[in-house]
Design a binder for this molecule. Structure first.
Ligand SMILES: [Mg+2]
Length: 225
């Protein structure tokens, strides 16, 4: 894959690389860098009920139980879902955008997805650092349960980074990102649904990677970068 030159190269050069890094960037995964995994599973399997995401259901445990029950009812295994995910591509221009961030600042991808789901698509993103959860999978391929690595891990990761004397810029799109955005030095929304925009008017809203890169630059400047 030819990753250079990309449209953000100029911004990278302007930033330089000699300054002391006092900033980290935390990005949500789905909706920010890659499409919603479950929406794609719904599309490929034709099971409309799987379209529900954290955008619709803020209670993650309830959402996951609901999803796993539907998989059981339809006999869908991890192999079926992995096949869907392997066919997915990162969002257009996301690879160049992510590369430009990683050249400038420590960049973490914080997701409520699962390591088994993420692996194929993380390869396509250039394998950035990902912190997420784990599925419990039976020998038959049935997904029986999930293990949350840490409750509210997005927020707590941001808090831990700030305890390490880093300013943090966080980017998300859904309910499950809002505690991370609140804990960050600066929070930014990317292509959020209307209900999140209405409930969280304090965060700037961006719709494309140029707008997001500009919002990150602005926040970084305000934080002394
Ligand atoms: Mg998301």
């Amino acid at each position: 894959m030819n990753m250079m030159p990309h449209p953000f190269a100029e911004q990278v050069e302007v930033a330089g690389s000699q300054r002391a890094t006092m900033l980290a960037v935390c990005l949500d995964l789905e909706g920010i860098l890659v499409p919603e995994v479950w929406v794609n599973v719904a599309k490929q399997t034709g099971i409309e009920a799987l379209r529900r995401t954290t955008r619709d259901e803020p209670d993650y445990d309830r959402l996951m139980r609901y999803r796993l029950d539907i998989l059981d009812e339809n006999g869908i295994t991890i192999d079926d879902i992995t096949a869907v995910i392997e066919a997915m591509e990162p969002l257009e221009e996301s690879v160049g955008f992510l590369d430009s961030l990683e050249r400038r600042w420590p960049t973490l991808v914080l997701s409520d997805t699962f390591s088994q789901f993420a692996r194929p698509i993380m390869d396509k993103l250039g394998n950035p650092t990902l912190l997420c959860h784990t599925l419990v999978i039976e020998d038959s391929g049935r997904i029986s349960d999930w293990t949350i690595r840490l409750q509210d891990q997005k927020r707590r990761t941001v808090e831990a980074l700030r305890a390490m004397n880093l300013e943090v810029i966080a980017v998300g799109d859904s309910y499950n990102d809002t505690s991370m955005l609140a804990a960050a030095s600066a929070g930014i929304l990317f292509r959020p649904p209307d209900n999140v925009v209405e409930e969280f008017p304090q965060y700037p809203v961006t719709q494309d990677y140029h707008g997001l890169a500009a919002a990150i630059d602005e926040a970084a400047s305000a934080l002394g970068e």
